[in-house]
Design a protein around this ligand. Structure first.
Ligand SMILES: [Ca+2]
Length: 451
C-alpha cells in the first residue's frame, strides 16, 4: 500500500496497483484535504463498486438534489447526460455509455458546475467512473464557492481561472496508474482531516481527458456523491438480494453461503455479479449440436475445507450443475484467485462431460482455457516451462496450448474438442483432423514459441 503526502495538490500523481493517495493543501497544524483514490481492474469490477479505500456510492446524498450545469465543453451524444452523475444508479458493466456522463470524443474535457441549493458543510465529495479502456480513470480539479464574493462567476469557462472569480481550489485528482493499462473502475474520495472540506453552495469540476493518443480519452463518469456533514447517512444504492442473483433471462446462479455468513457480502457484491455475467459467456463458448447447458447453477460454499471424497481438502469441485467450494480457501483468496477458481468450475457446468472417453487433462485444460484466456486479465496468462511441460499436463499448460492452437489454426478448436468430449467422440486423432498435424508435432511447434 502506497501512501503519499504532498503539499502541492496540483502535483498529485496516480499509482499503478495499490492506490491510496493522500494529499495535503494546508500548512502544518491545519486541517488538510485528503484525496483517496482506488481502482479495480476492469475484469474484476462489479456494478457494486466495491473499492477497498473509497466508500461505496450512496443514494440520497446532497448531489441528488443539486442542479448540474455544463459550463464548458460538449457532452457526448451517446452518454446518458449530466443527470447520470447524481441519479444514484450505476453502470451494469464496463462499457455502458447510457449510464455515464462523458465529454464528446476528440474534445479536451470541460467544466461542470454543481449548485447544491444552499450553503452546506461539505464533509466529502466522492466520484466514481468505470470503463474497459482508457476512459476509466479520472483527471479533474475541484473548486468550491459560497457564492458570496463580489464578482462571483457561477460558470467560468475554460481559460478563466476560477480562483479569480470567487472560487477556491479544493484539490486536483488524478487516478491514472503510473504505468500499464488505464482500464477499470475508479473511485476518488475527497475529505478533510478537520471533518469538513468547507462551507460551500457551489462546486465546479474542471475535467481533463485521460490521454490524447486517440479521440477516446474522456472519462466515463458514473456517479458523484456530495456528503452533507449535517445529514444522516444516505442509504447505499439497491443491490441484488443476498443469496440468489438473477442473471440474464434463462440462466440463474444461486450462491448458498449459509455456512460462511462472513462471505455473504462478498458473494452478493462480487462473486454473484461475476458469475451471472460470465456463465452465459461460457455457455456460448462451449456450444454443441442439440445441446443446452444447465439453466440453473448452484454454488455451495462449505465451512469445512475437506470437501473432496475421503475428507480430503480441496478448492472446489463440480457435479452436474452443482459447484461446491471450500469456504476457508475462498476467504483466504478473496483478493486473489477466489473468483477465477469458481469461474473454472462454471466452465465444468457448461462442459457437461459425462462420456467415458474424455481425458481429464483435456477437460481441465478447457476449463482453465476459459478461465485464464477468457476471464482473467491478459497479464495473468500462464506460460508453461518449455523444459518440463507436456500437452497432457492439464490445467494451465493445456490451456496455454489450446490458446496457441485457437490463434494459429482454428478459433473454434476448444469448442469442437469440448463438444467431441461431451458426445463421447473424442480421440487424440481429432487434433490432426482439425489442424492437419499430429498433437505431438503441434506441441513441438508451440514449445518452440516459448524458447
Ligand atoms: Ca449514475
Amino acid at each position: 500500500m502506497f501512501q503519499l503526502l504532498d503539499r502541492d495538490p496540483l502535483r498529485l500523481v496516480g499509482f499503478a496497483a495499490a492506490l491510496l493517495l493522500v494529499a495535503g493543501t494546508g500548512g502544518a497544524g491545519r486541517a488538510e484535504i485528503k484525496t483517496v483514490v482506488d481502482r479495480k481492474k476492469a475484469y474484476h469490477a462489479t456494478p457494486a463498486f466495491c473499492l477497498q479505500n473509497v466508500p461505496p456510492p450512496s443514494a440520497g446524498d446532497a448531489a441528488g438534489k443539486a442542479v448540474f450545469t455544463l459550463v464548458d465543453g460538449e457532452a457526448d451524444p451517446h452518454c446518458g447526460g449530466l443527470a447520470k452523475l447524481s441519479d444514484g444508479k450505476l453502470p451494469r458493466h464496463d462499457d455502458d455509455p447510457a449510464e455515464n456522463f462523458f465529454f464528446n470524443a476528440g474534445t479536451p474535457g470541460g467544466r461542470i458546475a454543481v449548485d447544491l441549493g444552499k450553503l452546506l458543510r461539505v464533509k466529502q465529495v466522492n466520484t466514481y467512473s468505470w470503463h474497459a479502456d482508457a476512459r476509466g480513470p479520472q483527471v479533474y480539479k475541484l473548486f468550491g464557492s459560497d457564492g458570496a464574493a463580489a464578482g462571483f462567476n457561477p460558470g467560468p469557462k475554460a481559460g478563466t481561472d476560477p480562483r479569480k472569480c470567487g472560487w477556491k481550489l479544493i484539490c486536483a485528482v488524478d487516478t491514472r496508474p503510473a504505468k500499464g493499462y488505464l482500464d477499470g473502475q475508479y473511485g476518488a474520495s475527497i475529505s478533510d482531516s478537520g471533518g469538513v472540506i468547507g462551507k460551500y453552495r457551489y462546486l465546479l469540476l474542471d475535467v481533463s481527458r485521460t490521454e490524447n493518443d486517440d479521440a477516446f480519452g474522456n472519462t466515463f463518469y458514473s456517479e458523484m456523491d456530495v456528503i452533507d456533514a449535517e445529514a444522516p447517512p444516505a442509504p447505499a444504492p439497491a443491490l441484488p438480494p443476498p443469496t440468489v442473483v438473477k442473471g440474464p433471462p434463462k440462466y440463474e446462479v444461486s450462491i448458498d453461503c449459509s455456512e460462511m455468513p462472513e462471505l455473504k457480502q462478498w458473494a452478493q457484491n462480487e462473486l454473484g455479479p461475476t458469475l451471472t455475467r460470465w456463465y452465459p459467456i461460457i455457455v456460448a463458448a462451449l456450444p454443441g449440436e442439440d445441446y443446452a447447458a444447465p439453466e440453473k447453477v448452484t454454488v455451495t460454499i462449505k465451512k469445512d475445507p475437506r470437501i473432496l471424497p475421503g475428507k480430503r481438502q480441496g478448492v472446489a469441485f463440480t457435479v452436474g450443475s452443482h459447484v461446491v467450494c471450500s469456504g476457508p480457501w475462498l476467504k483466504a483468496n478473496l483478493e486473489g484467485e477466489a473468483r477465477g477458481a469458481v469461474v473454472h468450475e462454471l466452465a465444468h457446468v457448461a462442459q457437461q462431460i459425462r462420456g467415458r472417453h474424455a481425458p481429464s487433462w483435456l477437460i481441465e485444460g478447457v476449463a482453465d482455457y476459459i478461465r485464464w484466456f477468457q476471464y482473467e486479465p491478459k497479464s495473468h496468462r500462464p506460460r508453461p516451462d518449455p523444459r518440463r511441460a507436456k500437452p497432457t499436463d492439464g490445467y494451465r499448460t493445456t490451456a496455454a496450448f489450446l490458446d496457441y492452437l485457437s490463434n494459429k489454426y482454428d478459433e473454434r478448436i476448444v469448442a469442437r474438442l469440448n463438444a467431441a468430449m461431451r458426445e463421447s467422440d473424442y480421440s487424440d486423432a481429432l487434433f490432426k483432423e482439425y489442424t492437419g498435424k499430429e498433437m505431438e508435432e503441434l506441441w513441438r511447434e508451440y514449445v518452440a514459441t516459448l524458447r
